[in-house]
Structures are given as C-alpha cells and as structure tokens.
Unconditional design. Structure first.
Lengths: 105, 253
C-alpha cells in the first residue's frame, strides 16, 4: 500500500460514515447501549493513542523519555484550563529543551 | 447556503453569523499543529492537505498521522481503522442534523462533508430551524476554510523545521491527544474507559504491530459500556454548550 492509497482509503471511510448518517432513520441509533458505546469509543481510542505516543518506543518497547516530561506539563496546563494550542506548543518546547539539555532522550 | 431563511430577523441572522465565523476562526487555527505533525510523521504537503480537505475531521486526522508516525506505512491499516472508528461519531451527528437540514442530492454530499463537532454544536444550539440551518452551514464552511489554510501553513512550517524529535514534535502529538481526551473525561464511565484503554494499549504494544494496540484499546469502550453502570453520564443526543462546542467533545473539528 502506498501512502496515497492509505490517505484516500481513510478519507473515503470517514466521509462514508458522515454520509450514511443522512440516509438512515433516527431510530437506528436511539437506544442507551448504542449511544453509550459511541460516546465511550473516542475516549478509549484517544487514551490508547495518548499512552502509545507517550510511552511506547521503537519496536513496541515501553520507554520513559522527554515525552513523559512534556505530557506532565501538558496535564498541568490542562488543569489550568489552558488553550489547546498552548498545551501542544508547551509540550513541544519542554521535550525540545529536555533533549537539548541532555536531561532526557 | 441558500436554504430558505424563513423570516429570520436581521439581528438574529447577524448573531448566528458572528458565532459561526468566530468558531470557524478559533477552531480552524488548530490546523497549524495538525499540518506540522503530519509532515513530521512522513506525509508530504499534498497528502497532508488531502486529509484536511477530504477527511476533514480533526481527531481522525491526528490519529491517522500519529499511527503512521509510530509504525510507518506498515501501520497504514491500523491508521485507517482508527481514523474510521474516531469518525463514527460524525455519523451520529448526521442523523441528528438531517432532522433540521432537510438536504437532498449534491447539497446532502456537502452537508455530510461539513458534519463535524462544531457545525453540529452551533446548529443544534439555535432555537429556530432557520437559524439552525444558517449556523450549521456557516460554521461548517468557516471551519473548513480556516482549517485548510492553517494546515497548509503548518505543513510548510513543519517542512522548514526538519528533524521532528529535535523540536519535540513527537511530544506535541502526544499532547494533542491528551488535550482532545481531556474534555471527555467527565463522569465515572469515561474515566474508567480511559484508564482501561491505557492499560490495554501499553500491555499489548510489545506484542503487536504499531497501531494495533490503539485499536485493541477500543475494547475498553465496549467493556465499560456493556458492563458499567446503567446511569448515562451524558445525554442520549449530542448537546451544544452554546459556545460552538458539543458537551464533552474536544476542541477540534
């Protein structure tokens, strides 16, 4: 698979999910269980992504490096209700500085 | 768009437009971080732009490039699957929006592409149907324009930066997921889901290809939804907070 095919397949899948919503009757998804799963699904996936991006290194091994320091700062900023851009920028700066100083890889 | 604006007073119309375009500018600006992270993940400027134009749903876009960054092209199936799972909620918004938009034909295709957190939030926040339609269309178009412009700025900037690790862009990606997750952690079930998902992802990561551990973490949602408490932490339908965001949703399209 080339990168272009991967990009286009993902785009088609996401568009199809949006479009199908305009075709199906509302009764298909009203129901506590379905709405609970669809509410919690993004939570599970984002938490999984956060864990992998913060603690998993090459080859799937668990590593503690500058990313952990950066996420600790990001969490403090989120507790202080900082804006999304500020949180992302601060994390990059913290990781960059930790690496430049040789404190964490 | 030209959906008949049945008797919407000029001052109400102005209010809805102001809200729509301010949400569009504020949300669209985040596209800079997506663009920079996408080229750092190994996509080129055109592929990055294709994601913002054709996929146009922020959480899925970040997930796609995040998994490619971790596992390269070999992780593409996992990246596609995760992007689709995260995009599932847009289908639910569409079901809701269909009730007030009343769209057919090409108009329905456009409405589908613009169906994201923000357009849905501004639309359903309005009390009268004419304002709901106006809010949905203008917010969707505004976010689409600014998100795509900001993506281009971000990907050109990311290309100029060079080595992504030196600038901490890998940590920036992790922080983006953290910030997207944060507003959703209201109540016991979301927190239990997040904790379980983190355990599943970390425990499986050494044994499965990159990206697959993220898909496995989706099991946490099933476990908590089917086995958890019966009291819903959130309303059945999407609910707007009145400021262009859905209750419990993140800050991106």
């Amino acid at each position: 698979m080339t990168m272009w095919i991967a990009v286009l397949l993902a785009c088609v899948a996401c568009f199809a999910l949006k479009f199908v919503g305009y075709l199906v009757p509302e009764s298909w998804v009203s129901g506590g269980r379905t709405s609970r799963i669809t509410t919690l699904l993004p939570v599970a996936l984002l938490a999984g992504l956060l864990a992998v991006q913060t603690l998993v290194g090459s080859g799937g091994s668990l590593v503690i490096d500058a990313r952990v320091g950066a996420i600790a700062v990001a969490i403090v900023l989120l507790l202080l209700r900082a804006n999304f851009i500020i949180v992302v920028l601060a994390a990059a700066v913290v990781a960059g500085v930790l690496r430049a100083l040789g404190v964490m890889a | 768009m030209t959906t008949p604006q049945t008797a919407l007073a000029p001052e109400r119309r102005r209010d809805v437009l102001r809200q729509s375009w301010s949400v569009g500018v504020a949300t669209g600006a985040y596209g800079v971080s997506f663009g920079a992270l996408s080229v750092a993940a190994g996509l080129d400027v055109l592929q990055t732009q294709a994601l913002s134009t054709l996929m146009f749903t922020g959480g899925s876009q970040f997930a796609f490039v995040g998994i490619i960054a971790a596992g390269g092209l070999a992780a593409a199936p996992a990246a596609i699957a995760t992007a689709a799972l995260l995009g599932l909620r847009n289908g639910l918004y569409a079901i809701q929006n269909a009730l007030f938009l009343g769209v057919r034909g090409p108009r329905r295709v456009a409405a589908a592409q613009l169906t994201i957190d923000e357009s849905t939030a501004v639309g359903i926040a309005q009390p009268e149907p004419a304002a709901q339609r106006l809010g949905f269309w203008h917010t969707g178009i505004a976010v689409f324009l600014f998100w795509n412009l900001a993506t281009l700025a971000g990907s050109l900037l990311g290309n100029a930066l060079g080595d992504p690790r030196r600038w901490g862009l890998d940590a920036a990606a992790a922080a983006a997921f953290c910030a997207l997750l944060w507003p959703r952690l209201r109540g016991r079930d979301p927190i239990a889901t997040a904790v379980l998902a983190i355990f599943i992802a970390l425990l499986s990561a050494p044994f499965v290809p990159a990206g697959v551990s993220v898909i496995l973490s989706a099991v946490a949602a099933l476990v908590v939804a089917l086995g958890g408490t019966q009291r819903p932490d959130r309303p059945d339908r999407p609910t707007s907070d009145g400021h262009g965001h859905l209750v419990g949703e993140g800050p991106l399209p």
